[in-house]
Design a protein around this ligand. Structure first.
Ligand SMILES: [Zn+2]
Length: 368
């Protein structure tokens, strides 16, 4: 059996004239879920069926929920009861009036592309979804099956978090590997020599850093607000860049029928040498995100992803195999002390990474 892949699309909702209805539904739903959780907690119920029979009728009478919303409230309550049991928590889960509203296939429906029909206390209402390009692409991708959704409320805005799932494709069977070296100046360099510049990201980061320092020294409340907003923008820029790079690399692996190889995370941390602690944190966070994106995009596309021992990948000559620290005499250039071979340092490392994997015993890519 292949794994099931799950992803979530977070979409802003245009609530139109429905704020009161949505809020009232949210309130009733979470009050119901809290009450159900209390009942299950006190009566030691963790079984879904038992819970259903115990609370269904009363949920509808007490909170005025329709049949399907009552079922969803029970699902939310029982799920978090189960979670507290596994976490061995001593407190019964309760939900605030602005807690999330769970929707399943029977309580919400995506209509034409940007409309959604939602079950509420007042019957069904239709709201518009505010879709960005990527969200739109994800939503119309018919290889993914649309599952349930959570309606969440954050600082006055509703978001519909739509879940999609599909069966993971079989991993491509291949002995060839595209090695990827992650760096600072070049965010990623692959073993064919293609690189993805981090200059733009670096520039944006520096720009924000300067502004951050000014705002930090100001220290007023409005300065703090602006700081927060800025950090959001910087993060989004970083995220978009990482999405782009990981998408390109995975597509390249698909088209050339190759596996992907990366260094082990610990190796990358060790190689990021930056002066300031906070800068280093931002960097490793960005690296971490790029790796996560690569990992799940590879899984979606059936591309095997392998991790290699990072020791010596940057100081070994990809031509003759000679390993010496002096081979890499600067951040960007590699010159072999034995054979004189010269190459961009990241490119040389990526070649080594691609080969390190081939030397490992190949794990059967077949399923089961
Ligand atoms: Zn050499």
């Amino acid at each position: 059996m292949n794994k099931t892949l799950i992803r979530t699309i977070s979409i802003k909702l245009d609530r139109g004239e429905h704020e009161a209805t949505l809020h009232a539904t949210q309130q009733a739903f979470n009050a119901a879920a809290s009450w159900i959780a209390t009942v299950c907690w006190q009566e030691h119920i963790t079984n879904t069926n038992t819970a259903h029979h115990r609370v269904y009728g009363e949920t509808r009478r007490r909170f005025g929920l329709g049949a399907q919303l009552a079922v969803c409230a029970r699902a939310k309550a029982v799920e978090s009861i189960k979670a507290t049991k596994t976490q061995q928590s001593e407190t019964c889960p309760q939900f605030g009036e602005r807690g999330s509203l769970r929707y399943d296939a029977r309580t919400y429906r995506l209509l034409s592309l940007d409309r959604v029909s939602l079950n509420t206390l007042q019957g069904r209402i239709v709201c518009r979804l505010i879709l960005g390009t990527r969200q739109h692409e994800m939503l119309v991708d018919s290889t993914w099956k649309i599952g349930g959704a959570d309606l969440v409320w954050r600082r006055g805005i509703y978001y519909l978090n739509v879940t999609q799932c599909k069966e993971a494709p079989d991993l491509t069977e291949t002995n060839e590997t595209l090695g990827i070296d992650l760096g600072m100046v070049k965010l990623a360099t692959d073993s064919t020599g293609e690189s993805f510049s981090g200059i733009k990201v670096h520039e944006v980061r520096l720009r924000y850093q300067k502004r951050r320092q000014i705002l930090q020294s100001v220290g007023t409340r409005s300065a703090k607000r602006r700081l927060k907003k800025m950090s959001g923008r910087e993060k989004r820029f970083q995220k978009n860049t990482n999405h782009g790079i990981s998408k390109t690399l995975v597509q390249k692996a698909v088209h050339t029928r190759k596996a992907l190889a990366l260094e082990d995370l610990t190796g990358i941390r060790a190689r990021v040498t930056v002066r300031r602690a906070n800068r280093s944190e931002r960097h490793s966070w960005a690296f971490y995100q790029l790796r996560i994106f690569l990992a799940y995009k590879a899984a979606w596309a059936g591309v095997p992803l392998r991790f290699v021992d990072p020791r010596n990948t940057s100081r070994t000559c990809s031509q003759c195999g000679h390993c010496e620290k002096a081979n890499r005499h600067s951040q960007s250039s590699f010159t072999c002390q034995q054979c004189g071979f010269c190459l961009n340092a990241d490119y040389n490392a990526a070649i080594n990474i691609s080969r390190a994997v081939v030397k490992q015993p190949l794990v059967a890519a077949r399923q089961g």
